[in-house]
Design a protein around this ligand. Structure first.
Ligand SMILES: [Ca+2]
Ligand SMILES: [Ca+2]
Ligand SMILES: [Ca+2]
Length: 586
């Protein structure tokens, strides 16, 4: 599976009048024509991110080096290398690969342009097929074939959210600090400029050099894991999508390890309370506590209550008990606080795991917690079962939501998760009566999630409707009108109007798209001169509120050059979330 490149800044590639004039007046492209660009102003829209990196292009033959450079500059890309194939180059987008690709495809000097895909030998994280919690197809997991669909829709949710930018505090036995699959972080106030090891409490939080989290058992800055439990829990939340081990629910989130349980997975309630407060003080929005105690802790209660912006996701416990029976409560599950979610464990059949505690009002919901494969100490993976394995599934879902909507209040976050469960009769021993559903939780928070289609993106024909195309006498557009696109289902782009008129010296494109879409439409107009060579003018317009519209216009001097063929191209690239659609015409 291809590792995403992470967040990148995106900036518009083209489209100011000045730039168009500058380009068309450049000596390298000839100055016979003066081309003028008229853009219909549209409100700015947020740009979408793209995980794709490099682009391969084939330019038209015969371009000079300066002309080739112009093509790259106009599309906002830099030359990486030249392939031993005529006119084929690998280029690297400076900004958004999506927009650069659209610009290259719209450029008459570019024969074709494609994303430089990555091929790997069996690079899918080896454990992912066993992770029924993310996607249960009834596959064999430890000899059991579960119920298809009894999962948290993790792979579906992953299409639009990965947890990037979110740090989850994990109060546990620590985490293997050098595990190749764990995405660990620490206190940002102790990272960089040598602050990690300077022996100074740089951020004055009472802990010296806590750059990797903190060990509340050993009272030092190395929350390493000698047990395995905390590593397993951390992997469930944020194991990377990296060809190693498993994939976490939020594979681009990070875990801040807080060791409060010893090598035998036991710890004082006061150590746990201190870790709760530490995470809250750092401003972490989510903390996972896969632990239980038969006795309550006022210290923990106060730590949680005094950090209302932090959601504490805790385990119900593994006693197989009905917690609604007097005296059966476990803690912190039983703490009646608005920023606590208590999670019980369900199995591959969407039924309560036999070991799992249950019962209202303390247990809020269920999550997969039986036969859960995750990372383990020693660098490998291991199956484990328990409500300890269920809680981090929910913590991971919380990270997904926060990565897309950082402004969600704790109450709204909690409500989105609890209000979107898949209700099952066998899971009635909880407030919600259901099992967590990551995709439904995202939708409850207002984030659209497409249906899940297993990998291998399939080209989907896109409806492109050219409305009146003005035919002209001399010259005529060189090619017919057709539209193609590749898109995942639910992405649709509809071009409602294309007008090409040499007599009127304009090429106009307008259209509509899903209102959530962001992106740009690139336009280009090229005049192939009969004597060879051609002139181009380009522009792009933003898509805003579901609409786009743009016009290119040739100046009157261009009209005098009748001895050529006019070619108009456009490429519209729209994105919502990680779904992209591209339509192009020439
Ligand atoms: Ca410190
Ligand atoms: Ca320091
Ligand atoms: Ca992995």
């Amino acid at each position: 599976m291809i590792e995403n490149g992470g967040t990148r800044l995106v900036h518009p590639i083209i489209a100011s009048k000045e730039r168009i004039l500058m380009r068309s007046s450049a000596a390298a492209r000839g100055a016979v024509l003066t081309l003028l660009c008229l853009l219909v102003p549209m409100p700015a829209a947020a740009m979408a991110l793209s995980p794709d990196d490099r682009i391969v292009i084939r330019q038209e033959p015969g371009l000079t080096a300066a002309e080739q450079r112009d093509v790259r500059e106009d599309a906002g890309v830099q030359l990486v290398s030249t392939l031993p194939i005529p006119d084929v180059q690998v280029v690297d987008p400076i900004g958004s690969p999506t927009l650069s690709l659209a610009a290259l495809r719209a450029d008459p000097d570019v024969r074709w342009a494609e994303i430089d895909g990555v091929s790997e030998a069996a690079a899918i994280d080896p454990g992912v097929g066993q992770q029924w919690a993310l996607s249960n197809t009834g596959q064999d997991v430890r000899g059991l074939h579960g119920l298809a669909g009894a999962d948290l829709s993790g792979l579906r949710a992953r299409q639009v959210a990965a947890g990037a930018g979110v740090t989850v505090g994990v109060v546990d036995t620590g985490a293997q600090l050098d595990h190749p699959d764990l995405r660990l972080t620490g206190n940002p106030g102790e990272r960089g400029n040598g602050r990690e090891t300077n022996g100074i409490d740089d951020d004055r939080n009472g802990r010296v050099d806590d750059w990797r989290g903190w060990d509340f058992v050993g009272a030092d800055n190395a929350p390493d894991d000698a047990n395995g439990h905390g590593t397993h829990v951390s992997g469930t939340i944020a194991a990377g999508e990296n060809g190693v081990g498993i994939v976490g629910v939020a594979p681009e989130a990070q875990v801040l390890p807080l060791r409060a349980l010893d090598d035998h997975a036991k710890g004082y309630n006061s150590s746990i309370a201190a870790a709760f407060a530490y995470a809250g003080d750092l401003g972490l929005r989510v903390v996972n506590a896969s632990l239980e105690s038969g006795s309550t802790s006022l210290a923990q209660y106060d730590a949680i209550a005094s950090h209302p912006n932090t959601l504490y996701v805790v385990a119900a416990g593994n006693d197989g008990q009905d917690l609604s029976v007097l005296g059966a409560l476990t803690y912190p599950c039983g703490m009646a606080l608005d920023n606590v979610i208590c999670v019980a464990a369900s199995d591959q059949f969407d039924e309560r795991a036999g070991f799992s505690n249950y019962g209202t009002p303390s247990v809020d919901l269920f999550a997969p917690g039986a036969a859960i494969l995750s990372d383990w100490t020693g660098g490998g993976t291991q199956f484990s079962s328990g409500t300890s394995m269920a809680a981090p599934q929910v913590a991971g879902v919380a990270a997904l939501l926060l990565s897309r909507k950082p402004s969600l209040s704790t109450a709204a976050l909690r409500q989105a998760i609890l209000g979107s469960v898949d209700r099952r009769a066998a899971l009635s021993g909880s407030v919600t009566g259901g099992r967590v559903n990551a995709a439904a939780a995202l939708e409850a928070a207002g984030i659209a999630v497409p249906a899940y289609v297993p990998p291998a993106s399939v080209p989907v024909p896109l409806p492109v409707t050219p409305a009146p195309v003005n035919t002209v006498k001399v010259p005529t557009p060189s090619t017919g009108v057709k539209g193609t696109a590749t898109a995942r289902p639910s992405a649709s782009l509809r071009v409602t109007r294309v007008v090409r008129s040499v007599r009127k010296r304009t090429v106009s494109v307008s259209g509509t798209i899903d209102k959530r879409a962001t992106g740009k439409v690139s336009l280009s107009l090229g005049l192939h001169l009969r004597g060879g060579g051609y002139r181009t003018v380009k522009a792009s317009v933003r898509i805003a509120k579901g609409r786009f519209s743009g016009t290119l216009r040739l100046s009157s001097s261009a009209i005098k050059a009748r001895s050529g063929t006019l070619t108009a191209k456009f490429a519209a690239t729209a994105a919502f979330g990680e779904t992209r659609a591209t339509a192009s015409m020439r």
